[in-house]
Design a protein. Structure first.
Length: 151
């Protein structure tokens, strides 16, 4: 798991319940806006369907790493905070680092204790989507280099 993401998860895990909520809200405020070129692409292709809140996700390969961009509504601060955590913690990471992120990241961050099951399911869906998009980027990279994407 990328170091930056691990640091953010540790900070959440070590915080008490109220501090976790406050940390998520702080992260929500720090989510950078989508670049203008991506704003126009907010459609069903980029929407994370598992999440009740409209979350749009873009994963782009750039010089051996992945850049992650996302948009989530300010009216859903816990969702937006988790999305910001993923953007901050994973953007600039390699495909391998992103795929190594544990599937139970929401639980490891201690968010299951403060969020309802629907939110937890939605946030888990956001992480799965990032990993799925990273896999697509890896396949594209393999095909582009003439290597087989199949073992």
């Amino acid at each position: 798991m990328p170091l930056k993401l691990n640091e953010l998860i540790e900070e959440l895990r070590e915080a008490d319940r109220q501090e976790r909520i406050e940390l998520l809200i702080d992260l929500a405020k720090s989510l950078r806006p989508l670049p203008a070129r991506l704003e126009a692409l907010k459609d069903s292709t980029h929407r994370v369907e598992e999440c009740q809140s409209p979350v749009f996700l873009f994963v782009e390969p750039a010089d051996g790493v992945l850049e992650i961009h996302a948009d989530a509504p300010i009216e859903a601060p816990t969702v937006r905070g988790f999305v910001s955590l993923l953007v901050e913690g994973l953007s600039g990471g390699t495909i391998e680092e992103i795929l190594s992120v544990p599937d139970d990241l929401v639980d490891r961050a201690g968010l299951v204790e403060i969020l309802g099951m629907l939110r937890v399911r939605g946030l888990t869906g956001v992480l799965r989507r990032v990993k799925r998009e990273a896999t697509k980027a890896e396949i594209g990279r393999s095909e582009g280099s003439g290597k087989s994407a199949i073992g």
